[in-house]
Ligand binder design. Structure first.
Ligand code: ZN
Length: 184
């Protein structure tokens, strides 16, 4: 990440909106934003494979569900936050991963300019490709600041997206089981 470019851009941005980047309260802002970017866009250049490559053998093929994984991401259209919960289920085919690795996978794709639909697909695809399970289903429920603090201003409205792979795609029973388990 190019910290100097970010700092320069923030200074220009502040000037652009009619602020004075030299006033006391804003003096350190470019520096702060640049450091913050390391964190909130830190998923760029990361790969979920590094988290999902450590796998364990497991018998059985019951659904594994990790629900209510809190995430924060940035909408690539407005550079405003969107945030909420990710629910991930998969049906192993002999291999499982540590549960924390599912949250790590979410971080890799959430910490970059993003749209919710793509975030959902990327998480599902990462599991599908790396773990080769019998099926994967991912659901994201999120609130978008670009919908609540600007534009149509509908606080509390949630956007819900799904991605399904493998046996979840054509099996309404499996999808129903997933929905029931995340509502418990
Ligand atoms: Zn937006």
């Amino acid at each position: 990440m190019d910290q100097n470019k970010i700092k320069e851009a923030v200074r220009l941005f502040l000037e652009g909106i009619g602020e004075d980047p030299e006033r006391e309260g804003l003096l350190d802002t470019p520096d702060r934003v640049a450091r913050m970017c390391e964190e909130i866009y830190g998923g760029l250049g990361c790969n979920a494979e590094e988290h999902l490559s450590k796998q364990f053998s497991a018998e059985g093929s019951e659904m594994v569900l990790e629900k209510d994984i809190t995430f924060y991401s940035t909408c690539e259209h407005h550079l405003l936050p969107f945030y909420g919960k990710v629910h991930i289920a998969y049906i192993p085919d002999g291999k499982v991963v540590g549960l924390s690795k599912l949250a790590r996978t979410v971080e890799v794709y959430a910490r970059r300019p993003q749209i919710q639909e793509q975030l959902t697909t990327q998480i599902a695809e990462a599991l599908w490709q790396n773990l080769k399970p019998k099926g994967v289903m991912v659901m994201i429920e999120a609130e978008h600041m670009c919908m609540t603090m600007r534009g149509i201003k509908k606080p509390g409205s949630k956007t819900v997206t799904y991605a399904k792979r493998g046996c979840f795609e054509n099996d309404p029973e499996k999808q129903k089981e997933f929905m029931e388990m995340i509502r418990i």
